[in-house]
Design a protein around this ligand. Structure first.
Ligand code: ADP
Ligand code: MG
Length: 225
């Protein structure tokens, strides 16, 4: 994440977005401590990320539009504070914890009238200035065309999972192909393209078993106090 700061994970329902997200979160929860890793979670569907609500890494869990906007404001305030701190200490790169702003179903935030404009503006700003402050945005979406191009472009790195159409695939990774990936629900395996500057690479996606995720979450919940 230090060199590739923001990630957009896209694909149809059941394609494996949550699997990828849980895999990233699991890696962070097992390889680092709350001193290194902090989360701000935006989960308008109230299911995908609710397991992580009570771990000490999670500074804020937002599950409605208004609190989502407040969560984004908080992330921007943290970013500004970090830059101010860096400037007094003459640092080029912030040396504290990584803050991950994790958004499940980005499209919900960007299509609802009340949140659309301010959310778009704040996400775009976070993507533009986050890197130096170790603030990272990881967002999932199944409605790719509804994400404004200006926002899509800020995510230089993407994961393209199975899409419904070739056009959706082109919207994520500038070429067709994601529509032909295996369907995890029927084929019990998931593949995706990891898209970076040089182009897409095909990956087999590992899936962290639910009981292993539970084990790690319960470990951190016990540490919270
Ligand atoms: N690597 C995998 N191996 C086996 N099954 C998988 C794998 N990835 C996903 N699946 C199956 O696909 C289902 C849907 O994946 P999920 O991550 O919930 O999709 P999404 O969040 O995109 O809707 C999972 O519950 C799981 O049963
Ligand atoms: Mg999901």
């Amino acid at each position: 994440m230090a060199t590739r700061p923001h990630l957009l994970i896209a694909g149809k329902t059941g394609a494996g977005k949550s699997t990828v997200l849980n895999g990233i979160i699991h890696a962070l929860l097992t390889a680092t401590t709350p001193r290194d890793t902090q989360f701000i979670m935006i989960d308008l569907k109230r299911v995908e990320l609710s397991d992580y609500m009570y771990i000490p890494q999670t500074q804020r869990y937002a599950d409605d539009g208004q609190s989502a906007l407040q969560a984004l404001q908080q992330a921007l305030r943290i970013t500004d504070t970090r830059y101010a701190d860096m400037s007094t200490r003459r640092l080029k790169q912030y040396d504290g914890s990584n803050l991950y702003v994790i958004i499940d179903e980005l499209a919900d935030l960007l299509t609802t009238k009340a949140t659309k404009a301010p959310a778009a503006e704040m996400i775009q700003r976070l993507c533009q200035v986050g890197r130096g402050a170790r603030v990272h945005v990881i967002a999932c979406t199944q409605h790719i065309p509804t994400i404004p191009t200006a926002i899509r472009c800020n995510f230089s790195d993407r994961v393209a999972l199975r899409t419904t159409t070739a056009q959706d695939s082109r919207n994520i990774m500038y070429r067709a192909g994601a529509e032909r990936l295996p369907d995890p629900l029927t084929e019990h395996r998931a593949m995706g393209y990891y898209v970076t500057g040089p182009g897409p690479t095909l990956y087999d996606l590992p899936m962290v078993p639910a009981d292993e995720l539970r084990r790690v979450v319960e470990h951190w919940e016990r540490q919270a106090a």
